[in-house]
Write a protein that binds this ligand. Structure first.
Ligand SMILES: Cc1cc2nc3c(=O)[nH]c(=O)nc-3n(C[C@H](O)[C@H](O)[C@H](O)COP(=O)(O)OP(=O)(O)OC[C@H]3O[C@@H](n4cnc5c(N)ncnc54)[C@H](O)[C@@H]3O)c2cc1C
Length: 503
């Protein structure tokens, strides 16, 4: 840590969220001093790491849980539209960074991979068809195809159709504009860039405590994990981007907005195949339906991943339960997060979610062969020896009182900030990294309202759709698609010519 004991901004945690907020602030107010503390030895080692998440650029092109069937049988697409629009915002900001030479090679973190939904059985096929009809007329989902013809599916997903006994209706949707995102690489790229822009980045430094100073700023106690030395630093604004570690830090601030909130950890596990002959037979992210009783984060999917220019297949995630809030966390995390103010919510959540806890514990106990059986729903002839188990990142779901009552388990992300905007924390995990730019814009909007007018032109330069509802502007969608696909290298040579014409 540098000698300085006062700074404008402290970012706690070097994951994708802090990386994004730091990058946005550096563009908006280059002269603000930013200091980062990360307990691990480098950036992006927890949930943002490429081996700890599925790398899906979530835009509702394939995730069935973002569209629900209403009681009248129609499909509610509001969440799908929201998630898609948020990903468009991320793509615009990343494109801005590429066009400003702040990111050199977008291929290092984003590549096109078709997104597909895959279902079996009459009920799910009917749902998928309705979902397709509701989405494909929407310009945000242009290019989506549907098929229930096994021969067509065999063209799209040969590995999944080989040796499959088709004894019930089967269908899939496919859209070419999906992406695989290496959020770990992106996190490291952004922090390397921030370092060049004089951001003070301190690895192996744990933030132990945060207290309000008399002048309303924040005093942080920081421990050097290599030599045990302790320092204090004062900041006007603190962002708690500690991933699963955020809840404990939020509790230490004592802000009333953080009262009553609890956390429920859900661990994850993938099966990974690196065998080139198998990997070469599949190129898509294929999402299925979650098993009955399973939480939304354990929707099974078979994903092409591109990590360090090498392709592999991920299947999962299998959910599980450990009391840790971070992958490299402590078994005491859950118990120490229980405070007098969140005890009733925690107890209510425990009582309400017994079946979820049982489900998670059962998932945790599955043998490799039992996991292979789940995989064989996707790849009928998958061989155990081609697949290895990989422990993924931890997610901490929010527990709080909502309209649905005390102890409600939330599956989304939520920004919690002090009324004066001097501290903000990000809790929750889904849709996650894909929506980092929108979520960090929310932090900026909530915490710096006095600057928003002045910052608006720069925000519009970085994110041309800033302040607009994309869905209502099909021409803007086309233009943004063209320019972002061009900047991020997500188009073939042929279509990139038309992209430049539009730009
Ligand atoms: C199994 C799984 C699959 C997922 N799949 C996807 C996906 O396909 N697409 C998608 O968009 N998202 C996905 N996500 C979600 C996504 O990974 C997360 O939303 C995102 O990475 C969170 O980023 P973050 O910066 O908030 O947290 P993290 O990346 O966890 O970073 C937090 C950092 O804070 C540090 N820290 C914590 N406490 C302290 C402290 N006291 N002092 C100093 N440092 C501290 C930690 O060491 C860590 O490095 C998935 C998550 C999981 C677990």
């Amino acid at each position: 840590m540098s000698k300085q004991t006062k700074t404008d901004v402290v970012l706690i945690g070097a994951g994708i969220m802090s990386a994004t907020l730091g990058s946005l602030l550096k563009e908006l107010v280059p002269d603000w001093e930013i200091t980062v503390f990360e307990r691990r030895g480098s950036a992006g080692e927890e949930s943002s790491n490429e081996w700890n998440n599925a790398g899906t650029g979530h835009s509702s092109l394939c995730e069935l849980n973002y569209t629900t069937e209403k009681p009248d049988g129609s499909i509610d697409v509001s969440k799908a539209n929201k998630v898609n629009e948020e990903f468009q915002v991320s793509k615009q900001f990343w494109s801005y960074l590429v066009n400003s030479n702040l990111i050199r090679s977008p291929r290092d973190f984003i590549v096109p991979v078709p997104h597909m939904s895959f279902v079996q059985g009459e009920k799910d096929v009917t749902f998928l068809k309705k979902r397709f009809e509701a989405l494909s007329v929407n310009p945000l989902f242009e290019g989506m195809e549907f098929s229930d013809v096994p021969a067509k599916l065999a063209e799209w997903i040969p590995l999944m159709m080989k040796d499959r006994k088709v004894d019930q209706p089967i269908a899939a949707t496919r859209i070419e504009t999906g992406t695989d995102v290496n959020f770990g690489a992106l996190t490291r790229i952004l922090f390397n860039q921030l370092k060049k822009q004089n951001v003070d980045i301190n690895f192996n430094h744990n933030v132990d405590d945060i207290k309000r100073a008399n002048d309303g700023s924040w005093e942080l106690k920081v421990r050097n994990m290599e030599n045990g030395s302790k320092d204090r630093i004062n900041a006007k604004f603190v962002f708690i981007g500690g991933g699963g570690g955020s809840l404990h830090l939020l509790q230490k601030t004592g802000i009333p907005e953080g009262k009553g909130i609890g956390g429920f950890p859900v661990s994850g596990l993938f099966m990974v195949c690196k065998k080139p002959e198998v990997v070469a037979q599949h190129r898509a992210k294929v999402y299925g339906q979650a098993p009955v009783g399973a939480p939304p984060m354990s929707v099974p999917h078979l994903d092409t991943r591109v990590i360090d220019n090498k392709e592999s297949l991920f299947f999962g995630p299998f959910a599980g339960f450990t009391p840790k809030f971070l992958k490299y966390g402590s078994n005491m995390d859950l118990i120490t997060s229980v405070k007098p103010h969140n005890l009733t919510n925690m107890l209510a959540a425990g009582a309400k979610n017994m079946s979820l806890t049982t489900y998670l514990v059962k998932q945790l106990m599955l043998s490799k062969e039992q996991r292979m059986e789940a995989l064989r729903e996707f790849i009928p002839n998958a061989k155990s020896e081609d697949w290895e188990l990989l422990v993924a990142g931890q997610r901490v779901q929010i527990i709080k009182e909502t309209n649905a009552g005390k102890g409600t388990l939330q599956f989304g992300t939520e920004v919690i900030n002090a009324a004066d905007g001097s501290v903000a924390a990000l809790l929750g995990a889904s849709p996650g990294a894909s929506t980092a730019v929108s979520v960090m814009l929310e932090v900026i909007n909530n915490c710096f309202p006095q600057h928003m007018k002045e910052w608006e032109p720069k925000l519009k330069e970085m994110i041309p759709s800033y302040g607009a509802k994309l869905l209502q502007q099909p021409e803007l969608i086309k233009q943004i698609n063209a320019t972002t696909n061009e900047a991020l290298g997500l188009v073939s040579k042929k279509s990139s010519t038309s992209a430049s014409a539009l730009a």
